[in-house]
Design a protein around this ligand. Structure first.
Ligand code: SF4
Ligand code: SF4
Length: 204
């Protein structure tokens, strides 16, 4: 029974004369390691609003809503850092490899949960035939730029890049039309969802 007591006494004396292990925060700023996983932050120059990060977020800290009835239609991506577990899935799976990054911000406590969320809006591209959501305009332009010469096989990407989008082109000022079997060759130069493009290819 005496030996454990002596060991504890030795450890206590050693601890008294050892340097402290705790930091002096908040009296001094706390410096975190270089690769610390802190609050995720969007880089809106690189984020294209594709929503891939939303799909892989395990806690639904990231969510998205497509508001098709808006003028223009928009996708809203919301990030709530009060629900974030800083796992890094969003950053690891970002389509552009830089749209969202974990920062070293860690002092995130607060009393107002509503202040702990941010929302970013991205203009949507709808199918000119059926009105289905194709993706964000930024995403289409990113695809064009990433694919290089291969993008020339896809008129939708060309139109997106050239700026001839729904609000600009004469055709696109018309409301979306339902496929009624009256497909025309000119429809190939419209921005179509994969389903309408497939049906057009079969009809013509
Ligand atoms: S770090 Fe993890 S929990 Fe936080 S937003 Fe990204 S995927 Fe979601
Ligand atoms: S995956 Fe990347 S590019 Fe896509 S919405 Fe998320 S942060 Fe933006």
């Amino acid at each position: 029974m005496r030996l454990p007591k002596l060991r504890e006494l030795r450890e206590a004396i050693t601890a008294v004369f050892s340097p402290r292990f705790t930091t002096r925060f908040p009296a001094e700023p706390c410096v975190v390691p270089e690769r610390y996983r802190g609050k995720p932050e969007f880089d809106l120059d690189k984020c294209i609003g594709c929503g891939a990060c939303v799909n892989v977020c395990p806690t639904e800290a990231l969510s998205q809503v497509d508001s098709i009835d808006n003028e223009p239609p928009v996708r809203k991506i919301t990030f709530r850092y009060d629900a974030c577990i800083f796992c890094g899935n969003c950053s690891d799976n970002c389509t552009t490899e830089g749209g969202i990054n974990l920062s070293n911000k860690w002092d995130l406590a607060g009393l107002d949960r509503e202040a702990m969320k941010e929302t970013h809006e991205f203009q949507l591209q709808l199918c000119e035939k059926c009105g289905a959501v194709i993706g964000t305009k930024k995403h289409l332009i990113w695809l064009y730029e990433t694919l290089g010469p291969l993008a020339y096989t896809n008129p939708s990407l060309l139109l997106a890049k050239s700026g001839e989008l729904a609000t600009k082109s004469e055709d696109l000022e018309q409301p979306p039309q339902q496929l009624d079997g009256a497909a025309q060759t000119s429809d190939f130069m419209r921005i179509l969802c994969p389903k309408c493009k497939c049906e057009l290819n079969i009809q013509l």
